[in-house]
Structure formats: structure tokens, C-alpha cells
Design a protein. Structure first.
Length: 155
């Protein structure tokens, strides 16, 4: 959690699950709660699949699930933060103010670039006149810009 002290930004790590829940948990309308819980459970199923299938991401599915649970169900949000498979990664993410380590951001950008390059190459092989490649390149630029400028970095 970042606090501004004059011109300086001071980062304070949240040290307990209760502090994280107090900071990030929000209330929603009953209709939104049902929607968020349903979507969150779908993400959790995908995360649990990743525990057993090599190459299938786990935390990448658990982060949006935790976010949806933070908006809808405190008990499920607490469960995602304390889960034995991905709870420690989520706890670190939330306790440091929703930040990613620099090396993780670098690898994310590398993988986005590799997959975008492969996608552009494949659309070129299929005979696309250039619209597909241009669209993929624009999405790549937006993704890299977002990771660099909007996702906070921790050291």
C-alpha cells in the first residue's frame, strides 16, 4: 500500500490476511455478487487445473478470481489468499500493493512479444493482406505499454 508523505511516496506492506481484506474487500449489489462469484469460480477451476497440468498457468487464473471475490465474497477472497497452491503468490501480490517484481514484468513482455511475433507470422502465412498483422501489432503495443506503465513494479 502506498501512502504519500509530502513529495515522497512511502510503500507499506500489508502483513496479514485481515489487513489485505480490510484494504481491498468491497461490497456489491446482490446481482453483481452472484455474477462475480460465478465468474470467480470459473477462474478458480482453471487455476486448479493448472496445479496438475504442466504448462497451464495457475496464478494467472487465480489473480482475477481473487479480484472478483474481493468485490463479492469476503470468505472466498480470504480462501484465495490462504490457499496452499497459489495463496502465497496472491498474498505477496496484494500485500505489496498489487505490484509485480521487475523480472516478472520483463518475462511477461518477452512472452507477449514472442507470441505476437508468432501470430503475425502465422497470419502472414495464411495469406492475410495485412489487416490481421496490423491488429496483432496494435494489441501487442497496447499490452506492452500497459505492463510498462500501469502495472506497478516492486524491487
Amino acid at each position: 500500500m502506498a501512502t504519500t508523505l509530502g513529495e515522497h511516496v512511502v510503500t507499506v506492506a500489508l502483513t496479514s490476511v485481515d489487513a489485505i481484506i480490510e484494504q481491498y474487500s468491497r461490497k456489491s449489489t446482490p446481482m453483481k455478487r452472484r455474477l462475480y462469484v460465478s465468474l470467480g469460480l470459473i477462474f478458480i477451476v482453471c487455476a486448479i487445473i493448472g496445479v496438475w497440468i504442466p504448462g497451464w498457468p495457475t496464478v494467472s487464473w487465480a489473480v482475477p478470481a481473487a479480484y472478483l471475490f474481493s468485490l463479492s465474497n469476503e470468505k472466498l477472497f480470504r480462501w484465495t489468499l490462504t490457499n496452499r497452491w497459489f495463496g502465497s503468490a496472491l498474498f505477496d501480490y496484494y500485500s505489496t500493493g498489487k505490484t509485480l517484481p521487475k523480472h516478472v514484468k520483463t518475462w511477461i513482455i518477452v512472452f507477449i512479444t514472442i507470441m505476437s511475433t508468432i501470430s503475425i507470422w502465422i497470419t502472414d502465412l495464411t495469406g492475410d493482406p495485412g489487416y490481421g498483422q496490423a491488429f496483432i501489432a496494435i494489441v501487442w503495443l497496447i499490452g506492452v505499454w500497459f505492463i510498462n506503465s500501469k502495472v506497478k513494479t516492486r524491487t
